[in-house]
Design a protein around this ligand. Structure first.
Ligand code: AMP
Length: 282
């Protein structure tokens, strides 16, 4: 496994593989790798001949009040996990390599970034779409894997790839969870034991929405209220949103459609967590 820090090194290593007729796969991450990330690597490995993992805590997707400086960066552990998973190339750039002095070009979607996460984090998705575009331009993968865990993010990336004619297959992989339902997240390390117990309310409220919709209930306003009540009954939980949206447009729904997604976000103690569950009408 090769580990490189510069754009030119990525280009020259990947070029050799591409010239040899290999299919290039890419898994963009911010590191602190866990089994969720590694499931993307496994999937990417199956779909490509040469797997590139990028590890970069992207400053432009954090707001000034967020956890950029505290974000975990266990690089040696991450590299060991990548090596074990058979990754071919890890790209771990420094911030100045991707955002040189005078950087001023961003990729921005018009409406998808405004709702849900965007309401709390107005500049977040501009940072995401910009860094993903840059990583795609650098690696030029044939296929890239993202997690369903970040539902709005994968929706936005698929839309961007379509709108900008990027010749890249986007694969969305299922959310990996702990046995008790908590979605794996690099931010779970911040949770105290008591907060971790309260964090289970995110998954519980999604499950509540799914159960009630699939048992025939059609008043989604009511179900949303029940999701709110379930989550706010737990100490340490400050709710950002708990809602049910159309799975493609992400528009909030009051009555069911055939393909829905329940989405939640909450501050648990000082840690902001998100989760979602796709719900097909029966
Ligand atoms: P991050 O390092 O948080 O930016 O995540 C990198 C990629 O891993 C994104 O595509 C995430 O959606 C994905 N990911 C994060 N957590 C999980 C999880 N629990 N299950 C599956 N994929 C995940």
């Amino acid at each position: 496994m090769q580990v490189v820090k510069t754009v030119s090194e990525v280009r020259s290593v990947v070029a050799i593989s591409r010239d040899g007729g290999e299919r290039i796969g890419c898994v963009p991450t911010m590191g602190a790798l866990h089994a969720g990330h590694m499931s993307l690597v496994v999937d990417c490995r199956e779909r490509s001949d040469f797997v590139v993992v990028t590890i970069f805590v992207n400053p432009t997707q954090f707001s000034p009040t967020e956890d950029l400086s505290e974000y975990p960066r266990p690089l040696e552990d991450d590299l060991a996990k990548c090596r074990e998973a058979g990754v071919d190339l890890v790209f771990t750039p420094e911030v100045h390599a991707l955002y040189p002095e005078g950087f001023e070009t961003y990729v921005e979607l018009e409406s998808l970034p405004l709702r849900l996460e965007g309401e709390q984090r107005p500049t977040h998705f501009r940072g995401v779409s910009t860094i993903v575009t840059k990583l795609f331009n650098i690696v030029q993968p044939d296929v890239a894997c993202f997690g369903q865990k970040d539902y709005q993010q994968q929706t936005l990336i698929r839309r961007m790839v379509r709108d900008l004619d990027m010749p890249i297959e986007i694969v969305v992989c299922p959310t990996v969870r702990e046995a008790d339902g908590l979605a794996l997240s690099s931010r779970n390390v911040y949770l105290s034991d008591a907060e971790r117990r309260s964090a289970l309310s995110l998954h519980a409220s999604l499950q509540l929405a799914k159960d009630r919709i699939q048992s025939g209930e059609t008043d989604l306003v009511n179900i949303r209220a029940a999701m709110h009540d379930l989550m706010t009954a737990h100490e340490h939980v400050t709710l950002d949103y708990a809602t049910i949206a159309d799975a493609n447009s992400l528009e909030e729904l009051n009555t069911p459609t055939s393909h829905m997604v329940a989405l939640v976000a909450a501050q648990v103690g000082k840690t902001r967590l998100i989760d979602n569950m796709v719900i097909e009408a029966l």
